[in-house]
Ligand binder design. Structure first.
Ligand SMILES: *[C@@H]1O[C@H](CO)[C@@H](O)[C@H](O)[C@H]1NC(C)=O
Ligand SMILES: *[C@@H]1O[C@H](CO)[C@@H](O)[C@H](O)[C@H]1NC(C)=O
Ligand SMILES: *[C@@H]1O[C@H](CO)[C@@H](O)[C@H](O)[C@H]1NC(C)=O
Ligand SMILES: *[C@@H]1O[C@H](CO)[C@@H](O)[C@H](O)[C@H]1NC(C)=O
Length: 414
């Protein structure tokens, strides 16, 4: 899959451009094109920016055409520093349609030189299964945990354990957070209720530490209805919770009036909490997916929110970090430089800490056209040292980056 860098220079009207059919693996699109196009342009929010935008300028159309077939689209030099000019891209495994084996979690486990990932929890794919990709051999196998692991979804590596968000099933399993020891593979239940009420479907987890204390942040929203028709009635509003293992206390810390939370991560300095919001474009309001926010007509939206973590490690000062162009932001990972990577319909979108989109690992390339732009297109991935693992539903890929983005001893191996 190697190819040459196609660097289309900024504002280069009149410059001879490389052919759009070239197989460049990284195509640069000037940042200005994201906010300024010739009058009369047309765009389509059902398609990616580079695929669905047409202008009266051949120059710009050629840049976009080259980008839509490329694995990586760069909007900034900062992204080129991460991806390099010619990343090695490997298709590790492809499974037939209908078996979305590579979809959620994407947790690097440094001790095992592996990445754990899970299947989609929806439709006929329940119960979910957790797999391990051995980064040394590129072999994939099911993780044989010792103890009950039901419907694993998002996860987070912290101090020798992977904390896993699990969905309920339509029988006795209520869902919650479990921890799996990466050496013994023993499963321990961390939380499964809030004063005797069932969670809706714990979806993702992040750990943050300050001084000698650590806290686990986790999101709870109702996506379990996508997997089971006959779940018990919902008992709790969607929320972000925090578990304090020092004091042994669980507190709801962000309400559904603010956000319908999905992915959650922290910055490397532990000062910022990021939460993705799954409203508006994902599913219509209904009994299973009640509108959050003041009314059905004012749903919150496809956003990534940032909060400061104050002295008490509580989220304050909510502000908009990113507005998703297509679909929702689902899974999220943060690298050691503080860049925020989100799984969106466009692919793995990378924003710098200031919120600028610096590049995208293009869903249209990794997932194939038929998958991109649908609700089960692209949700999550993993950052494992200098390797990006793309969980593209029926396909699992690795991309060798130009540098280590998350170090083994990082405080946010995630
Ligand atoms: C691009 O790759 C395809 C498939 O490998 C090949 O058929 C085609 O000739 C390549 N095009 C160019 C311009 O290199
Ligand atoms: C996008 O897709 C939806 C659902 O298929 C459709 O209703 C809508 O008209 C489409 N929008 C555009 C701009 O094509
Ligand atoms: C690209 O555009 C075509 C229509 O021209 C559409 O069928 C396809 O779904 C789009 N793919 C993506 C990933 O946007
Ligand atoms: C639970 O859901 C599964 C999958 O949809 C279904 O096959 C099974 O019959 C359901 N079990 C009960 C007890 O409702």
């Amino acid at each position: 899959m190697s190819a040459t860098l196609l660097l289309l220079s900024l504002g280069a009207l009149g410059l001879a451009l490389p052919q759009a059919s070239s197989n460049a693996s990284v195509v640069s699109v000037p940042q200005e094109h994201t906010y300024l196009l010739p009058d009369g342009f047309e765009g389509n929010s059902n398609y990616t920016f580079v695929n669905g935008t047409h202008t009266s300028s051949d120059t710009i159309n050629n840049v976009l055409a080259a980008a839509k077939a490329a694995p990586a689209i760069s909007y900034d030099q900062e992204f080129l520093d991460v991806v390099g000019t010619d990343p090695e891209i490997k298709l590790i495994e492809e499974r037939p349609e209908g078996h979305d084996f590579a979809y959620e979690m994407g947790v690097w486990v440094p001790e095992r030189n592996s990445v754990w990932f899970t299947t989609a929890v929806s439709g006929d794919r329940v119960p979910a299964v957790m797999y391990e990709l051995d980064l040394g051999t590129n072999k994939i196998s099911e993780v044989q945990t010792k103890g009950n692991l039901v419907n694993p979804n998002g996860g987070y590596y912290f101090e020798g354990k992977v904390y896993i968000a699990t969905y309920p099933n339509n029988q006795t399993y209520s869902g919650g957070v479990v921890a799996v020891d990466v050496n013994t593979l023993e499963v321990e239940m961390i939380t499964n209720s809030y004063f005797g009420l069932r969670y809706n479907g714990v979806d993702d987890i992040a750990w943050a530490s300050r001084d000698d204390n650590s806290y686990m942040y986790y999101t709870d929203l109702n996506f379990a209805f996508l997997a089971y028709e006959n779940l018990p009635p919902l008992q709790l509003p969607a929320a972000v919770y925090r578990w304090d293992p020092q004091q042994k206390v669980v507190l709801p810390i962000i309400s559904r009036n603010e956000i319908n939370p999905n992915g959650v991560r922290v910055s490397p300095d532990m000062k910022t909490l990021y939460v993705t919001d799954s409203d508006a474009t994902f599913a219509a309001a209904g009994p299973n997916s009640p509108a959050s926010g003041p009314s059905d007509t004012f749903w919150l939206g496809p956003y990534v929110w940032a909060y400061d973590l104050n002295e008490a490690m509580m989220p304050v000062n909510r502000r908009l970090f990113a507005q998703v162009r297509q679909g929702i932001a689902d899974g999220m990972h943060v690298d050691d430089a503080g860049n925020v990577w989100t799984g969106e319909y466009e692919g793995a979108v990378v924003r710098n800490p200031a919120g600028k989109t610096i590049g995208v690992f293009n869903s249209q390339y990794f997932s194939a056209d038929k998958d991109a732009g649908t609700a089960v297109g692209f949700a999550n991935f993993a950052l494992a040292g200098d390797t990006l693992v793309m969980l593209s539903a029926t396909r699992l890929w690795t991309v060798k980056l130009a540098k280590t983005v998350v170090a083994k001893d990082s405080p946010i191996v995630n």
